[in-house]
Design a protein around this ligand. Structure first.
Ligand code: ZN
Length: 319
């Protein structure tokens, strides 16, 4: 169920029914005309009546349909910003490491522990929390890295670092074919591999201290305020919470990096006197860490200027 949390209230314009599920079925509870009902949000995937209805949820977990009520404090449904029609490829891999045969990793050979999940809610049926980034994502489908999963696309080659094994029931029922295997270089346990659970970026799984390199030229800044996508992890700023920093690529697009252990000392020095510093593609900007998270990895996102998340694989942004 796609639940959008937003407190508000509605006045009944005629007798209406409350129900325990977001559809016109089940045992109704009558509410007479003229009453004011508080709601905590609404679901976007309940039964739609007359093609424009939505189902509000009360504190008591009852649902009522938006028809025949007047919304008093009108909630605003956040709308995804339209994505640009085409974006040219401009990114190289943000990790400096070797692959299994001694070559520098590419976006298609780098070890990835979690991919972008475009769903508004997690793919995990046990998780009911809507994620703000999901509303900003381009669509509600999982797009795959390497083309081997998602949207029905499939290739014979497994992604680097992953083995096709018999997945558990959760994975086998979905568009996911690969489950990762533990690698001695990783600080994740094997159960963390290819985690799609409500995830808004790509996790590159490498050891602490692995260089993070600028994927394109741009201006690097620490995230010194609230990050609208990932928040602050209860710290004063997104930098304090997750060591979040970003690069403004001066083309309307930004790359975001979370969890680094520290920035490169030269950049650190320059940021003492300026809130942004120019970096060139391939330059070491930081070192991989696990700040604000449990396992060492680089969480990497590509965003447009409205903080809409793009998928560098599906949108073909890799050079
Ligand atoms: Zn992540």
């Amino acid at each position: 169920m796609n639940f959008v949390a937003q407190n508000g209230s509605a006045k009944t314009l005629k007798d209406i029914n409350l129900r325990k599920q977001p559809a016109a079925v089940g045992v109704p509870k009558n509410v007479p005309v003229g009453e004011v009902i508080s709601f905590t949000g609404w679901v976007t995937d309940g039964e739609v009546i007359n093609s424009n209805g939505k189902w509000f949820k009360t504190k008591e977990e009852d649902f009522f349909w938006s028809g025949n009520v007047e919304v008093l404090s009108s909630p605003v449904v956040p709308k995804p910003t339209p994505m640009p029609a085409t974006v040219s490829a401009f990114l190289s891999v943000p990790i400096q490491a070797m692959d299994g045969v001694g070559k520098p990793v590419t976006p298609f050979t780098a070890r990835i522990a979690a991919i972008l999940d475009h769903e508004m809610t997690s793919l995990d049926p046990a998780c009911k929390i809507p994620y703000s980034w999901g509303l900003r994502a381009k669509n509600k489908k999982v797009k795959a890295f390497n083309g081997e999963i998602g949207d029905g696309i499939s290739t014979s080659a497994p992604p680097y670092g992953y083995t096709k094994i018999v997945p558990g029931p959760f994975f086998s029922a979905r568009e996911i074919n690969y489950v990762g295997v533990y690698d001695q270089h990783d600080t994740y346990s094997s159960s963390w591999y290819l985690n799609y659970d409500g995830h808004c970026g790509y996790d590159f799984s490498y050891s602490i201290g692995t260089p993070i390199i600028a994927p394109a030229d741009g201006d690097l800044s620490r995230a010194l305020v609230n990050d609208p996508i990932n928040g602050n992890n209860k710290a004063a700023t997104a930098w304090d919470g997750f060591h979040s920093f970003y690069i403004d690529h001066r083309n309307g697009f930004f790359t975001w990096f979370l969890h680094c252990s520290n920035l490169h000392p030269d950049i650190e020095t320059k940021l003492q006197v300026s809130n942004k510093v120019f970096v060139a593609r391939g330059q070491i900007v930081a070192y991989l860490g696990k700040v604000g998270t449990m396992g060492a990895h680089l969480h990497f996102e590509v965003r447009d200027k409205n903080n809409c998340i793009l998928d560098p694989y599906a949108d073909k942004l890799w050079l």
